[in-house]
Design a protein around this ligand. Structure first.
Ligand SMILES: [Mn+2]
Length: 316
């Protein structure tokens, strides 16, 4: 791994950069990418953002506009992936990412596969913490718009400062971003205290069908395509559902199974601490963090459910 100073220096030598977000983008990958874009554009560089999935509506107040990988025609001298633990997270952007000689990989997932010519991986609450330090190393003023991007990533990846991943640096960086004009309150409200009626009614329905295993230590929810259709909801609206089962007394691990297509399920895992769910997910080719991870499982729903419950039970 190269140092923060070196990565800043290497990035600074480029005038036209393409920044890659992961598929099904969250606040951290978008915040990281658009903070880099807006900061470098302030110093006259050209920076575009590419993402293989649409940007969810809830981020619209921040004015993010990203290209699809297929829409990119020009040449960029550097390709930068942010918050992407594996190249697969780039979706179809992966082929495009590899086309450049100068590839950067900036991430905070301990499971990061260290791809790219230059990688910087640090176990932080959010990739946006790393990006803040990178922009600080580059020098120059952080404007309100950049501060809001970075606060977005920190807010969403920490459950607005409620998760155990929050450290001294999380608060220190956040306070500096507030001093730059960032509006932490607006971001917190827009991300955590605001939802569509479709999401709220879908959530009530899903929670009413919650199941428990191992004396209530495992809480399990599942969201099928038919549930989404019933409420006119899209799968990105289910983000955050898993926090509810995890909040229940006695639950050690919460599992969410989202049917992405027939016989293909996106598994999300959250732990209160006794179980390392990064290891559980890694057993199925996935990964993430000790307390929050995910993987894909294929097959019939009942088999998928048994497989994941068994793996968690063995780690309890
Ligand atoms: Mn992240």
């Amino acid at each position: 791994m190269i140092s923060m100073c070196e990565i800043a220096e290497k990035l600074n030598s480029h005038d036209k950069l393409l920044v890659f977000c992961h598929v099904r983008p969250d606040g951290d990958t978008l915040g990281s990418a658009f903070a880099i874009k807006r900061f470098l554009e302030n110093s006259g560089k050209t920076v575009d953002v590419v993402c293989d999935s649409p940007i969810p509506e809830k981020f619209s107040f921040l004015g993010f506009k990203a290209f699809k990988p297929s829409e990119i025609t020009g040449e960029y001298s550097a390709h930068v992936a942010v918050d992407c633990s594996t190249e697969n997270m780039l979706g179809d952007g992966y082929v495009l990412y590899k086309k450049c000689v100068e590839t950067f990989n900036i991430d905070h997932h301990i499971s990061n596969t260290r791809y790219g010519k230059y990688f910087y991986v640090d176990d932080r609450a959010a990739c946006c913490e790393i990006v803040y330090e990178l922009l600080t190393a580059l020098g120059g003023e952080i404007c309100k718009s950049v501060a809001d991007c970075l606060l977005l990533g920190i807010s969403t990846d920490t459950g607005h400062y409620m998760h155990s991943n929050v450290t001294v640096s999380t608060f220190k960086i956040s306070s500096e971003l507030l001093a730059c004009g960032g509006d932490s309150h607006e971001i917190g409200v827009k991300m955590f205290k605001n939802q569509t009626r479709a999401r709220a009614t879908l959530q009530a329905d899903i929670m009413s069908k919650m199941k428990f295993f191992e004396d209530g230590k495992i809480a399990f929810i599942s969201i099928m395509q038919s549930d989404l259709e019933k409420f006119g909801a899209t799968s990105d609206l289910t983000e955050g559902f898993i926090d509810y089962p995890l909040s229940i007394e006695g639950v050690e691990v919460a599992v969410s199974v989202l049917e992405s297509r027939q016989n293909a399920y996106k598994i999300s895992l959250r732990s209160k601490g006794r179980v390392n769910v990064n290891e559980v997910a890694a057993g199925f080719g996935g990964g993430g963090h000790i307390l929050a991870s995910g993987c894909m499982l294929f097959g019939f729903f009942e088999d998928v459910k048994d497989k994941i419950i068994r793996a968690i039970t063995l780690s309890l």
